[in-house]
Design a protein around this ligand. Structure first.
Ligand SMILES: [Zn+2]
Length: 280
């Protein structure tokens, strides 16, 4: 019994010794792994759509990179990039108007090293889309289309019944109610429409027609950019269901009393998306 125990102890000592020698030999051969050098962000941009792009110089002794949001004390990883990467691009990093701090961390077997921290402001869109899916048309009637000798003075944007309609910018409601032709075509019936007086970025006045929607705002009230002002209702043409938003832009001091969907000419009317993109 005693001898057996002694024997097993000495075997164990030998194994431990051999392991120590192996470990020491291994370390002295490879040495400690070198720490990565710090990458450097030399270009950081954010475009109007909120897409952020970082370009950075490569680090040495790294196996991969992490793009992190925050600072050296507190950060969260938002992406992992391969060892050969030198750029990173993404959308929807933060809400419009927010300031974000970003840096790149080089990670290797010998540790990690952080780049400089860059700060970017996510731009706020200059206007709100009247429908979340604007300017998707789905093949509906476009701006300027000729129908029975008249011109379609707005754009038709495909939608579904119950969809929210938003004010593109601040304004005052000048008309809110029902109007002939906005409920159905062939036969014609009344439907919901709002006309809102807005101001463009040069201080100029324009009117926007939001048609085929049940109004949620009354005449005379002020609305703010992005406020929900109505709900898309059913629209039929010759019995065919085609719910959509008719959205028109009229530039002038006085909004006409008729011709809100079609008019004899396109004078004072503008292609909606181009107008918003260039003037708000
Ligand atoms: Zn229309």
């Amino acid at each position: 019994m005693f001898r057996g125990r002694q024997k097993s102890l000495s075997v164990m000592s030998l194994v431990l010794m051999a392991f120590s020698v192996l470990l020491a030999g291994g370390l002295s051969e490879a040495g400690p792994k070198p720490k990565p050098t710090a990458p450097y962000i030399h270009r950081a941009t954010v475009d109007e759509s909120g897409e952020v792009t970082l370009q950075f110089t490569a680090s040495r002794n790294q196996t991969h990179y992490e793009v992190r949001m925050g600072n050296a004390q507190r950060s969260t990883k938002i992406a992992q990039l391969g060892a050969s990467s030198t750029s990173y691009s993404t959308k929807r990093l933060a809400n419009p108007g927010e300031l974000v701090s970003l840096f790149v961390r080089a990670v290797g077997q010998g540790g990690s090293a952080d780049s400089n921290v860059v700060k970017l402001r996510i731009p706020a869109p200059r206007y709100t889309k009247p429908l979340a899916t604007f300017p998707e048309t789905g093949g509906y009637l476009g701006f300027g289309a000729e129908v029975s000798g008249k011109r379609h003075n707005g754009g038709d944007y495909k939608s579904t019944v119950g969809t929210a309609v938003f004010a593109v910018t601040d304004g005052v409601v000048v008309y809110s109610g029902s109007y002939e032709g906005f409920g159905s075509l062939n036969p014609s019936s009344k439907g919901g429409v709002m006309v809102i007086e807005h101001t463009n970025r040069s201080g100029g006045r324009f009117f926007a027609v939001y048609g085929h929607a049940t109004p949620l705002v009354k005449p005379g009230v002020r609305v703010t950019k992005g406020q929900r002002i109505g709900t898309i209702h059913m629209f039929k043409n010759g019995g065919v269901a085609l719910p959509h938003l008719h959205f028109g832009i009229y530039i002038g001091d006085r909004f006409p009393t008729s011709g809100w969907g079609y008019s004899s000419s396109l004078a004072n009317w503008a292609e909606p998306k181009a107008y918003l993109d260039n003037n708000l």
